[in-house]
Each structure stands twice: as structure tokens, then as C-alpha cells.
Design a protein around this ligand. Sequence first.
Ligand SMILES: [Zn+2]
Ligand SMILES: [Zn+2]
Length: 363
Amino acid sequence: MTSRRESLRWIGAALASAPALFGQQSQAIIGSVPGKPWLSSTRREFTAPELLDAPDEWIERSFGWVDDMLRRFPPSLPEHPVRRAALIRLDDILHIGSAPQKPVVQSYFKRRMEAAIAEIEATRVTRGARIWKLYNHGFLVRTPTVSWTYDIVPGPPRIDGFRISPEQVVRLAAQSDATFISHLHNDHANEEVAAAFLERGKPAVAPEGLWKENAAFATKLTYPKRSTTELTKLPVQKGAQVLEVVAYPGHQGASILNNVHLVRSPERFTTMQTGDQSNVGDFEWLAQVGAQHKIDVLLPNCWTTDIQRLARGTNPRLILTGHENEMAHTVPHREDYTQTWQHLHGSGYPLLLLTWGESYTIA
Ligand SMILES: [Zn+2]
Ligand SMILES: [Zn+2]
């Protein structure tokens, strides 16, 4: 049996031999959880310990295997167990402290995003809806008549080389009739993306006051009334179609305005994306949403406060989580898939976990 002191010594030696491999934060906290020297954070209690680094050769082969498995076992209910293995392998790679800076990881991200954009460009939906998961909490929803997007960003903030190109941003905007921005944080809100929509005469819908310091830009945004009851009719496609929108008055923490956007297509297909919703006080109205509206797909932030309570309140037909693996976050806050399975285990609601660029068709 290895004593805690020996374990810490081993971890210390590993750290010393690989000083450039991971960020200061990881160094500071591995072994800091009392009685659990293998843990870097209590947030990672139910996830196997992260790698400190890995050879590009192993990462590249892993990506090859992951993509092969995801292609052969696309998202389905019930979820095929091989998908779980593939997503956990992605977590293994993406939770290396230096993963955001690794060219092999950046090019994997860019490959998957290009494939998704090309697929979106080539896809017409004839019934039900198809939903693509893009980066972080970004989604594109397409029905036979309309398409809309949520929280589209080119990639993690502040990481050069880990983003899609301006041309790809424009191509995405061309595929979506409107875009919805939950709140001001730059892993959700991006001015370049909003501008790409506005320049094409497409609505960019945002919480009151977003980018108000740039008045000329802000006046072009659509600020729906934050309300639990008000249904906004949002014309799209130059008035040829109308989306119905409820901008629920959510919050991240106590005070950051976070619109929880319910969007309904002309076919009455309804999605609700939560942004970084986390305020416990909002359960007062969140508990009523499922009684007010039939939600087809809930698109929650995987780390939200009491996600099972959110699920019961909104009563969706399906949950597709977002916000896993936000690469600008430190390792303990780069939420992993295992945590999502753990948080929603036993909820009774159908759940699918998707990675960058995957999609699912719901009848
Ligand atoms: Zn946020
Ligand atoms: Zn966020």
C-alpha cells in the first residue's frame, strides 16, 4: 500500500520531470483534496485522473479510433456503450492541461468543425428536426422550414489556432435564420458571429444591454422582453417564416443576466437552451416551464445547478447537454462527459451526449 506521502512524492517527481506540460493551476492542486492524493479537484471526483501529458502519436491514434467509433455508432437511444468509451477517450485527451495549445488537438477540432459545417450545408430536413452540436454550448437546430443557432463562438476565447476561420463563421451564419445569445461571457457571445448574422439581415437575439458600450452595434441586436410569459414573434427569412420565442429571465450566479431561450419553429418543434443558467432562485419559474410549453429538446449547460431539477421543471422529450470541454477553462472546470452521465443518472429523461460537430435527428 502506498502512503499518501509516497503518492505525493511520486506526483511531485512526475511534475518536476514535466514542468512545461501543464498549467500552474494543475500543478498547484493535484493532491490537494484531503485523503485523495490522486485528485486534482473535488469536481473530478467521479472521473478517472487526468493525464499530465501524452505523446502526439497516441493522441492522433486515439482521435482516429474515436472518429471511427462515433461514425459507426452515431448518437442513438439507447446509447451504444462504445460511444461512451469514445467520449471518455476524448475527455482523457482534452483534460491534459496543455491540450488547448497542442496543434494536434487544434487541428482535430478544426477538422470536425469543417465536417459539420459542410454537412449542415448539404442537409435538408424533411420531417422532425436535426440538431448539430458545435463548439461548447453552441447548437444549430434545423426543421423543414427554419434553422436557428444558439451561443455560436468560433472556438475557445483567447486561444490562437483553436478556432474556425472567419469564412467558416460566415458559412454558418448563411445556414441559420437567426442566432440566440444567452449572456455576455465570451464562451457564448461573440461579436464576429453576431455581425455575420446582422450583415445578412438576420436577427441576433441577446439579453438586454449586451454590448451596449458599442451603441451602433447594440442597436442592431434584438433584445426580447425577459419574461416567463411573453411570447415574442420573431420574423425570419425576410418575413417568410416566424419563430416564437420566450426569453426566460435566467441568471448565471445572482446577477449576470442569462436568457434561457425557448424557440419554437412553425412546425411547433421547440427547443430550450439554458446558457450558463445557475441561479437557484430561478427554479421558481423553471419549475413551471414544462407545464407552460411542450419542450422537445432541452439543451442545458451540463454543470448547471441541480440539472435533474431543471429536467423535471422543463419536462423535455430529450436532453442534449452542452458546455462539456470548454477548452479555455482550467482542467477542473473543463467539464467532462463522465460528470454529465453522473449528474443525470436516474433522471428518467432520455439523454444524449454529443461531441463537436455531431448531430441527432428527432422525429
Ligand atoms: Zn457564463
Ligand atoms: Zn459558459
